[in-house]
Write a protein that binds this ligand. Structure first.
Ligand SMILES: [Zn+2]
Length: 165
């Protein structure tokens, strides 16, 4: 296993649509193992293959139980509700923005052996599924934000909200 470099900034690889995975081979297993190690080291809750420069439909999502799910060729089957909350991205370090996402999603995907399974998530996990799947079509959450905040600006906002109470 190896830690891969997370691509940040304006790299065009982050804006490309990814190809479906057709071979469930050792190369895919290596990619997934490396992505797991990379995500763990980055202390994130999700990672998509294009973020490590691989244009394949592969994502990792840490669910509400703290399990790191491997999703190959994932698709959203159903969604319900709406939530508005702060979102960040390992490819956009140091910035956050408010994004509306469904409150609940159901997803189908293949595992590293090609077996289809279904899973679902609410709250942060639903947000994470939507965020990571969007990466596979070359979309970043920043396209959905009116404004991006630095951590200093966020801290200041929180303090002001506290003061208003
Ligand atoms: Zn992201």
């Amino acid at each position: 296993m190896a830690i891969r470099t997370i691509i940040t900034g304006d790299d065009p690889v982050l804006n490309k649509a990814c190809h479906p995975v057709t071979k469930f081979d050792g190369k895919l297993a290596d990619l997934l193992d490396d992505m797991r190690e990379t995500l763990t080291q980055a202390n994130g809750v999700g990672l998509a293959a294009p973020q490590v420069g691989i244009l394949r439909r592969v994502v990792l999502v840490v669910n509400g139980e703290g399990e790191m799910l491997e999703l190959v060729n994932p698709e959203i089957l159903a969604q319900k509700g709406e939530q508005d909350g702060l979102e960040g991205c390992l490819s956009v370090p140091g910035m956050w923005g408010y994004v509306k996402r469904p409150e609940w999603v159901r997803v189908k995907a293949q595992d590293r052996n090609g077996n289809w399974f279904e899973t679902e998530g609410t709250g942060l996990t639903a947000r994470c599924f939507c965020h990571e799947l969007a990466h596979l079509d070359g979309h970043l959450y920043t396209e959905l934000c009116e404004k991006l905040y630095t951590s200093e600006e966020l801290d200041q906002m929180m303090e002001e909200q506290e003061a208003d109470r």
